[in-house]
Design a protein around this ligand. Structure first.
Ligand code: HEC
Length: 430
């Protein structure tokens, strides 16, 4: 038999076109995949009998991906076969393996967590891409790394160019600035997130137009999208407020506590609002004692709105020290230390802390959140709310907590969480 040389294979590839890209490849990443989202091409079968299992497959697929596909779609037939064989997990896997799951269900859930107005129509960003990537890579990536990971996801230009696309812009200002177009082009080109995203270890920020290692990485909390949403102007209190809102599912009013020590409340907060110390003690302190206690984590962080980039200092940034004359005896930040006072009473129960209540910097703050029961319960609530189309009600708290325990026992496997939640009787999908 005649031996085929490498160059003959290369020539064969050239003549067969870009769709047939096989070894030998220069990049280990490049592989033949469909990088585009496509409408299903289904031959209707008007006389086919729709079994109860096919209907169930259709309901599960819709709940998991948020997209309806024709009842004769081969994916539903395959799910039907698994359901008939009693293998519901395999049936669900068809849905959570589908590009629609990532581009719609997961991306929309992440989008709502990524901006201040919490709209599912928020643009594709490093936040959304990283969330979607972690769900796709659940087998190797526990969801705690959404908060602790020193990595981000981006479009894989090797995969894109090997499959007929043109490379996405990838200069530092394209990747790490909210003014860049790396992520928006992934969306506008209608790429499959499942196919094109790749994980890159080592978060980065832009300094003088060059990318440098992020000094204090903390998963999504240090994504440019999240920093741009919550560290723009202001006093970085929103970084704390929204970290709790998005990752602990707890709006500030629900973790405010007037009994917490106020020794960390900033100098800019009036202790005599309207001439009344009582007002400080009965209203302002409720939120500010807990929030300002943890604000130090973000002491070195700022956001440059002109350039759309996160910035990092080696000293406390000016906005943390502003209006100091309002109450000079108040707390003046000198470093990034923080104290978690939200660890007694109702807050101890709802957050279920399992790590030290004080630390330094964003990474340790995010680690504390990630290890808490509040975080795993929040992921359950978010998935339940989207998949089951309603938030869990108060009487379902024990369900939330027990699903969260199972989620933790699965090593925080996000994809598995979607599959678990949709089967809960409370979810009403059958
Ligand atoms: C319900 C919770 C809550 C209560 C009650 C509350 N605050 Fe705040 N406060 C916040 C949050 C959240 C922020 C950050 C807002 C932002 O940056 O968008 C903030 C920001 C501030 C700031 C900084 C504003 C800036 O950006 O320059 C001051 C000063 C302040 N609050 C004072 C007070 C005073 C005085 C009271 C009582 C009269 C009070 N707060 C009551 C939650 C609260």
């Amino acid at each position: 038999m005649k031996k085929t040389t490498l160059s003959q294979i290369a020539i064969a590839q050239l003549t067969l076109g870009a769709s047939l890209v096989i070894a030998p490849m220069t990049s280990a990443q490049a592989q033949t995949v469909d990088i585009m989202m496509r409408a299903p091409q289904v031959m209707p079968e008007p006389n086919a009998v729709i079994t109860a299992e096919r209907t169930r497959a259709s309901n599960l697929f819709k709940a998991l991906t948020s997209v309806s596909i024709p009842i004769d779609d081969p994916r539903l037939k395959s799910m039907e076969t698994y359901i008939k064989a009693g293998n519901i997990a395999a049936a669900e896997h068809v849905a959570t393996d589908d590009p629609l799951f990532y581009n719609f269900r997961v991306a929309n859930l992440a989008a709502k967590m990524s901006t201040r107005d919490e709209s599912a129509r928020a643009p594709l960003s490093d936040f959304v891409a990283t969330f979607v990537g972690v769900v796709r890579d659940s087998d190797s990536t526990p969801a705690t790394q959404l908060l602790t990971g020193n990595f981000y996801y981006r479009g894989d230009n090797a995969v894109i160019t090997a499959n007929g696309g043109t490379a996405l812009p990838e200069a530092p200002m394209d990747l790490f600035s909210l003014k860049g177009t790396h992520y928006s082009q992934i969306a506008s080109r209608n790429y499959s997130l499942k196919a094109v995203l790749k994980r890159v270890d080592g978060q980065q920020i832009v300094v003088n137009n060059a990318a440098v290692a992020h000094p204090d990485p903390a998963g999504l909390i240090t994504s440019v999208a999240f920093v741009g949403a919550h560290a723009v102007a202001g006093t970085n209190r929103r970084m704390v407020e929204y970290s709790y809102r998005e990752f602990m599912c707890t709006p500030i009013a629900n973790w405010a506590d007037g009994t917490s020590p106020d020794d960390r409340v900033g100098q800019d907060v009036d202790r005599m609002p309207g001439g009344s110390p009582n007002k400080f003690l009965t209203t302002c302190k409720n939120c500010h004692a807990n929030m300002d206690g943890q604000r130090g984590a973000f002491g070195f962080l700022d956001y440059n709105d002109n350039q759309g980039i996160a910035t990092f200092s080696t000293t406390v940034v000016q906005k943390m020290l502003r209006n100091a004359d309002q109450y000079p005896q108040g707390f003046r930040m000198t470093n990034t230390s923080w104290i978690n006072y939200a660890n007694v009473g109702k807050n101890a129960d709802q957050f279920g802390w399992r790590s030290p209540a004080s630390g330094t910097g964003i990474g340790q703050f995010a680690t504390m959140l990630s290890k808490s029961q509040g975080f795993s319960r929040c992921m359950v609530r978010r998935v339940f709310t989207d998949v089951c189309k309603r938030a869990p009600v108060a009487t379902e708290e024990s369900m939330v907590r027990s699903v969260a325990d199972q989620f933790e026992a699965s090593n925080y496997h996000m994809r598995n969480l979607f599959e678990m939640v949709v089967l809960r009787p409370e979810c009403g999908i059958n």
